[in-house]
Design a protein around this ligand. Structure first.
Ligand SMILES: Nc1ncnc2c1ncn2[C@@H]1O[C@H](COP(=O)(O)OP(=O)(O)O)[C@@H](O)[C@H]1O
Ligand SMILES: [Mg+2]
Length: 299
């Protein structure tokens, strides 16, 4: 963007007001962009609501004015499909980005939701570990790609990046954790909810010690809560006892509209804004932003 006035009068005629105008324009020029907050949505268990949370929390954040990028790091590509991105349009994917064959900017596609973009994935991603597993920078590929994106044009800047991780603690998840400010852990309200959580927390600790000292747990979100099932209530109590105030107040209910929406290629907030699932994801977005404010105040 140019900051030089285009309607400059004849040289030497109005120098003083020109200087004032120029300094006003300088003040109005956008500040250098803040780096986005990068949240890795991780749990090595499959089917706990990672992808559903990435899509719908991303949509809810965009709905309340944030600019959001979802990074699909699961070879299954469910976040991409659930946002209506068909395979043909995935010219560049997160696989190309992590193998440095494309920049993140090349891979990003808009979605039907204003302010929500996605870098889609393809099945190739499942071979990544074999391909780059011996490279010294293998764990930092995503962090480097995000840094390059943020150094680029202002139009490509986001306030939140949500990384949809695969159901495994593999190199893809490690890349997400090495690039993230914080981890968001979806836990399904089922009997074995806490099983595997200590392994996940151990991995977070290891990444913190070796790759990313700033990494924190942003929060744990309980998903697929069923009020008619006594077990759900017990799981909520157990998880709150184990994880304390890391657990978000918002609990995502089991809701058939949430599970129907991806087959229409839509977030549930677009598919049925009024359903309890949409309401819950909007509340979660508000709570997340509130938590972010508290974190900023504390730092
Ligand atoms: N709140 C919910 N209510 C009903 N079904 C849900 C809900 N959250 C997720 N699901 C369904 O559960 C399945 C697993 O969710 P998904 O987000 O794909 O998990 P993950 O990414 O952890 O493997 C999907 O079929 C999804 O539609
Ligand atoms: Mg998934």
């Amino acid at each position: 963007m140019t900051i030089i006035p285009t309607d400059t009068p004849e040289p030497g005629t109005n120098l003083e007001s020109d200087v004032i105008e120029l300094s006003d324009r300088l003040r109005a020029a956008p500040a250098p962009a803040q780096p986005p907050r990068v949240l890795a949505i991780a749990n090595q268990k499959g089917g706990v609501g990672k992808t559903t949370t990435a899509i719908n929390l991303g949509t809810a954040l965009a709905a309340i004015g944030e600019t959001v990028l979802i990074l699909d790091l699961d070879p299954q590509g469910n976040a991409s499909t659930g946002l209506g991105i068909d395979r043909k349009s995935r010219t560049y994917s997160t696989y190309d980005v992590l193998t440095t064959q494309a920049s993140l900017r090349d891979a990003i596609l808009p979605t039907a939701v204003p302010r929500l973009h996605i870098a889609p994935s393809t099945m190739d991603l499942s071979g990544l570990e074999l391909e780059i597993g011996q490279q010294r920078d293998r764990a930092f590929r995503l962090r480097a790609a995000l840094a390059a994106l943020n150094a680029g044009a202002v139009e490509a800047h986001y306030s939140y990046v949500l990384v949809d991780c695969p159901p495994s603690l593999n190199l893809l998840t490690v890349n997400a954790m090495a690039a993230a400010n914080a981890i968001l852990v979806p836990l399904q309200c089922e009997f074995f909810a806490l099983e595997g959580l200590s392994q996940l927390l151990k991995t977070v600790d290891q990444v913190k010690q070796s790759l990313n000292p700033e990494l924190t747990i942003h929060g744990v979100v309980l998903t697929m809560y069923d009020a008619r099932n006594n077990l759900s209530g017990q799981v909520v109590a157990d998880v709150r006892e184990f994880m304390g105030d890391k657990v978000y107040d918002t609990v995502i209910p089991r809701n058939v509209r949430v599970s129907e929406a991806p087959s229409h290629g839509k977030p549930v907030l677009i598919y049925d804004l009024k359903c309890v699932g949409s309401e819950a994801y909007l509340r979660l977005a508000t709570e997340l932003i509130q938590r972010e404010r508290e974190l900023k105040k504390a730092s």
